[in-house]
Design a protein around this ligand. Structure first.
Ligand SMILES: *[C@@H]1O[C@H](CO)[C@@H](O)[C@H](O)[C@H]1NC(C)=O
Length: 283
């Protein structure tokens, strides 16, 4: 949570509504114990958006040797040693229900390969479970999936995940909830001299590379959220009151749950299905 400099960006924030854009940076140690998050924050600041972005997550640590730009929001969801497999099944639903991110950016799979000895299909399958949980928390969530940085021994499974990511994205992306790629792979230019001696984590050069791949994609989506939220508020209220056969919540939209006061039907051909007691969705 960081809203300093809010007044400076009053013009922008008023067009976005007063809500900050909530961004979750999700991952493992490559997200937690590295220095690319403050570098991305610097890019957000340069783009004039720092006052209207809120990084969210249950973690807020930052390595002491990282640069810490003024106003940096340290909140994140990077968990050292964790696998996509477990996050997908045990954690992600709670994290996104607690924070309701507008944007989730993630790099995961390295520990599935090195610790869990899982294959690319398993990792991509975990991505799908995670994406469904993100959409259950916010049907309009925008997602950046990172192609994973290599290990120094150029692990074949990591390369297989990176090869599978574009097809998965094509399958999963929708107009309402787009999924885009930030390419941090060896093919995109990540070299072994960007790794620490452990062969797994980025050094400062690797941090620069990762920030350079993620930052522009994230800034674009932050701008997109502001556009979507101003158009959606003006277009959803008429639909829910207009009556007639075209009414009901849109595909992926919420249609029920504890505390929900909106539409309880779905536009054809979707039906309202319980995801959890707090969230029914048009699927
Ligand atoms: C921070 O420390 C790590 C581990 O020693 C090192 O690889 C990295 O380059 C350092 N980053 C900066 C920005 O100094």
């Amino acid at each position: 949570m960081k809203l300093s400099g809010f007044a400076l960006f009053a013009g922008l924030t008023s067009s976005m509504g007063a809500q900050a854009v909530k961004v979750m940076l999700l991952g493992d140690s490559i997200t937690e114990i590295t220095c690319w998050r403050p570098l991305v924050w610097e890019q957000i600041t340069s783009a004039g958006l720092a006052g209207s972005v809120d990084f969210v997550g249950s973690m807020n640590d930052l390595q002491p040797n990282c640069s810490r730009p003024q106003g940096f929001d340290p909140d994140h969801e990077g968990h050292s040693g964790w696998q996509a497999y477990d996050i997908a099944r045990n954690n992600i639903a709670g994290w996104v229900q607690n924070t309701k991110p507008d944007i989730v950016q993630f790099m995961l799979g390295t520990n599935d390969v090195n610790i869990g000895h899982r294959n690319a299909d398993s990792i991509i399958g975990s991505y799908t479970i995670m994406l469904n949980a993100m959409r259950a928390a916010n049907p309009r969530v925008k997602v950046i999936v990172d192609k994973i940085i290599p290990t120094s021994w150029s692990d074949a499974t990591i390369e297989a995940v990176n090869t599978a990511i574009p097809g998965w994205v094509q399958q999963q992306t929708t107009a309402e909830s787009p999924v885009v790629i930030a390419d941090c792979s060896r093919a995109a230019g990540f070299t072994n001299d960007m790794l620490r001696d452990d062969g797994v984590h980025p050094n400062s050069k690797g941090d620069q590379f990762i920030a350079g791949q993620i930052g522009p994609k994230l800034i674009q989506l932050i701008k997109d959220v502001s556009t979507t939220s101003s158009t959606s508020t003006s277009s959803t209220s008429p639909t829910s009151t207009s009556g007639g056969s075209g009414t009901g919540a849109a595909h992926w939209g919420q249609c029920g749950g504890i505390g929900w006061n909106g539409a309880t039907t779905c536009v054809s051909p979707y039906t309202c299905q319980q995801v959890n007691p707090y969230y029914y969705q048009c699927l």
